[in-house]
Design a binder for this molecule. Sequence first.
Ligand code: 5AD
Ligand code: SF4
Length: 450
Amino acid sequence: MSAPKKLYLKTYGCQMNVYDSERMAEALGGEGYVQTDRPEDADMILLNTCHIREKAAEKVYSELGRFRGLKADKPDLKIGVAGCVAQAEGEEIMRRQPLVDLVVGPQSYHRLPEMEAKTRQGEKALDTDFPEEDKFERLKARPRAKRGPTAFLTVQEGCDKFCAFCVVPYTRGAEVSRPAERILSEARDLVERGVREITLLGQNVNAYHGAGDGGDWSLARLIWALDGIDGLERIRFTTSHPNDMTDDLIEAHGQCAKLMPYLHLPVQAGSDKILKRMNRSHTAESYLRLVERIRAARPDILMSGDFIVGFPEETEEDFQATLDLIDAVGYGYAYSFKYSTRPGTPAAERPQVAEEVKDDRLQRLQALITRQQRAAQDAMVGRTVKVLFEKPGRLPGQMVGKSDYLHAVHVQGGGLAAGDIASVRITSSGANSLGGEVIDTSAPVDSAPA
Ligand code: 5AD
Ligand code: SF4
């Protein structure tokens, strides 16, 4: 038997890319590939790329440049680019970097085996179509191997919102939801293989409208169906748009015990003028009211958000409105970015904010959210939370996992294994994680708001 071929697969960007990378590895696994974390051992190098900001896209080209030496030593090495840069730039990638053999867009991963075969014939392979067939069904089933306690599951792809700064509607296409039964059977299969927490993924996950039993299913309906799967203990979803936060989903946050008290709900900015120019179709006020309603349903929910500073024509006053909104919400987590011009998007053509102004605003915004994140984490000290343990920590006898609120938690000893859920009393709050001690697992968990 010949030695397996080796695949070096590097993932950039969001969790949807992480999910896609797993599926690509499985598709190529069917062709005899095993993964390696050493590019120098690889027979194929595949970069699963992100196009959301300029820096992310440029990283791909500098990474590709680094493989030139490897390809010179090993002419059989095939190099591929997948993901959103592949979708956005297509053939241009091969022109700019001739050592690339294969370019595959996010909707065509199921065609990877044929494409790989083509490259073995010495040809270049390019596929950035939005094909009719369902890539999820065409991809080989996930292998039946046991797996870790947490998993991503893509339920929806694409976006119809067309925020003025964003490439996603162009790179990932229109909103498409997977049929509910396929998601449920994938979830059941994951649970049989040891998964206890599933994060439902979608560029606009709460715009989910999948065909299901009795008609069109909302995300809330899907969550309630997942709630009925024995052995599945935790459900999360990301990323949501404020305008799709429907009543049934808010209600599920109050009533579905498996739905975790954490919500990533990007607002992007706090000035109504900027929100309008961003084409967000909500105001700062409507967002704040929405957060109030969500907190009325689930008072201890930890809010998370995304922010862009230096969007075209953002004034100091507009920026101050973003800081005010952050103050008003109190985020447990937040991700912030300098506006990055993306060719082909409406905002790219508008008057730009100077780079040093963006830098200054980003620093000020990050200082505020770091304080808030830290306060939310510190407020956990003294509380008892449930933790799903994922892996051993760096110290002997240490286990690390995530609380319901997604804080990393480490404990010492306790005979725990990956996949165990235990009640933990939080005793310390460090730079990036909480420390605690496992208490009697039958002890009540304090889920009162911090
Ligand atoms: N510039 C900066 N940030 C962006 N995002 C999306 N497009 C851009 C851009 N052109 C951010 C948004 C989004 C997150 C995934 O990335 O905040 O919510
Ligand atoms: Fe991009 Fe806006 Fe769609 Fe989110 S909602 S993916 S930011 S266009």
